[in-house]
Design a protein around this ligand. Structure first.
Ligand code: NAD
Ligand code: MG
Length: 394
């Protein structure tokens, strides 16, 4: 079989580097094409040299010449592009078979959408794209025969536990519900009164996973699970009432599918993103991912409980946004991105994140989302509103 070309949007991040690690273990099957980063010139250049990438893209246009110079100094002949246009071009390039969408936040939407327009096999880590553009994104992918394979560990687990043909409808496949597991993050058992005092470092110190800062904070507030609920709705064509969340602090069961006959299928493994990345990369085959094997005999217990929506209001806000539909998830996501950035800069406490999101959601009308422009327009509006509320908070 011909080696498949993989382009990685967000190559220098946590998902990006794990993807390169898996590709490195399977070089007979995969090779690297475009690699992109936001501002980390050195790391991007090193990756391009190590994996012999012919194309490098830096999102910040002011760093294009520095990237070109660094690559030359390192002996790489890679072509260099920059800016959002460069990211979009890389996502649609004809020589690429597979696009790993691993940019963080709404910034990933346009390049990922381009991959859908070009009929690529998309490995989707950038959940925010699907949260904000859900229906429009899925329709575009279908129209162009793009394949969306979930990389988020929960969604990858669900994908593995669903029967072929689930896209025709979960009811027809005998599925009763989808159960997303949540680790509960670093503050699972912390009293609500202490949540205002936690530092960004504490929030980013996840008990089971090493991830980028934004998703780590989202995991601490349970907004990550909220975004994942909306992501699941679009990936699996699920009705909002068919999606449930269970807290499972050990992160061994990555999610489950419950069937009409009482069966529950779960996917298990050690918490290592290289498993879902390898699964999506090679699907429907299986390849070596380099992960530690799960030792069931040494595991003393697995526990499950309902999430506490009072201490973690972000999860409830996400369910509300999903049910409201249209522009509501865009507002949820944009205000959350503004709030998380502000928390990471030390400007607001962690407990203020759900407050800000709720304020913005209450202040903006839900408007129809028919195309990408509607999504981008609402995203701008919500960021502006969030920034104004934030200024009033300080
Ligand atoms: P990260 O912060 O480690 O990496 C983000 C990548 O995107 C970097 O390469 C960065 O250079 C690039 N980037 C950041 N802002 C950009 C911008 N404005 N324009 C272009 N590029 C930009 O994040 P991560 O943890 O790898 O997460 C990436 C995505 O995958 C997120 O959507 C996250 O929710 C999702 N995800 C991550 C994990 C995980 O274990 N890390 C698990 C599931 C899903
Ligand atoms: Mg996840």
């Amino acid at each position: 079989m011909k080696r498949q070309n993989v382009s990685i949007l967000g190559a220098t991040g946590s998902i990006g580097t794990n993807t390169l690690d898996v590709i490195g273990r399977n070089q007979d099957d995969f090779c690297v094409h475009a690699l992109t980063a936001n501002r980390n010139v050195r790391k991007l250049a090193e990756q391009c040299v190590q994996y012999e990438a012919p194309l490098a893209v830096i999102a910040d246009p002011s760093l294009e010449s520095e990237l070109a110079r660094t690559l030359r100094e390192m002996g790489s002949k890679a072509e260099v592009l920059s800016g959002e246009a460069g990211l979009i071009e890389a996502a649609g390039i004809p020589d690429t078979d597979i696009v790993m969408a691993a940019i963080v936040g709404a910034a990933g939407l346009q390049p990922t959408f381009r991959a859908a327009q070009c009929g690529k096999k998309i490995l989707l880590a950038n959940k925010e794209s699907l949260v904000i553009a859900g229906e429009v994104f899925v329709a575009e992918a279908r129209r162009n025969q793009a394949l969306i394979l979930p990389v988020d560990s929960e969604h990858n687990a669900i994908f593995q536990a669903l029967p072929q043909g689930f896209a025709e409808g979960l009811d027809a496949a005998g599925v009763e519900k989808i159960i997303l597991t949540a680790s509960g993050g670093p503050f699972l058992d912390m009293p609500a009164s202490q949540l205002s005092q936690v530092s960004p470092d504490q929030a980013c110190n996840h008990p089971n996973w090493r991830m980028g800062k934004k998703i780590s904070v989202d995991s601490a507030t349970l907004m990550n699970k909220g975004l994942e609920v909306i992501e699941a709705r679009w990936l699996f064509n699920a009705h909002p009432d068919q999606i449930e969340v269970l807290v499972h602090p050990q992160s061994i069961v990555h999610s489950m599918v419950a069937y009409r006959d009482g069966s529950i299928l779960a996917q298990m493994g050690t918490p290592d993103m290289r498993t879902p990345i390898a699964h999506a990369l090679a699907w429907p085959r299986r390849i070596e991912a380099g992960v530690e094997r799960l030792n069931l005999a040494q595991m003393n217990h697995l526990s499950f409980k309902e999430p506490d929506l009072e201490r973690f209001p972000c999860l409830g806000l996400a369910f509300t946004a999903m049910r409201a539909g249209d522009s509501a998830p865009v507002t949820l996501n944009a205000s959350n991105e503004v709030a998380v950035e502000s928390f990471l800069r030390g400007q607001i406490g962690c407990d203020r994140i759900p407050h800000l999101v709720e304020q913005v959601m209450d202040s903006l009308n839900v408007t129809p989302v028919r195309n990408l422009d509607d999504v981008l327009g609402q995203d701008r509006l919500a960021r502006q509103a969030a920034t104004e509320y934030l200024a009033a908070m300080q």
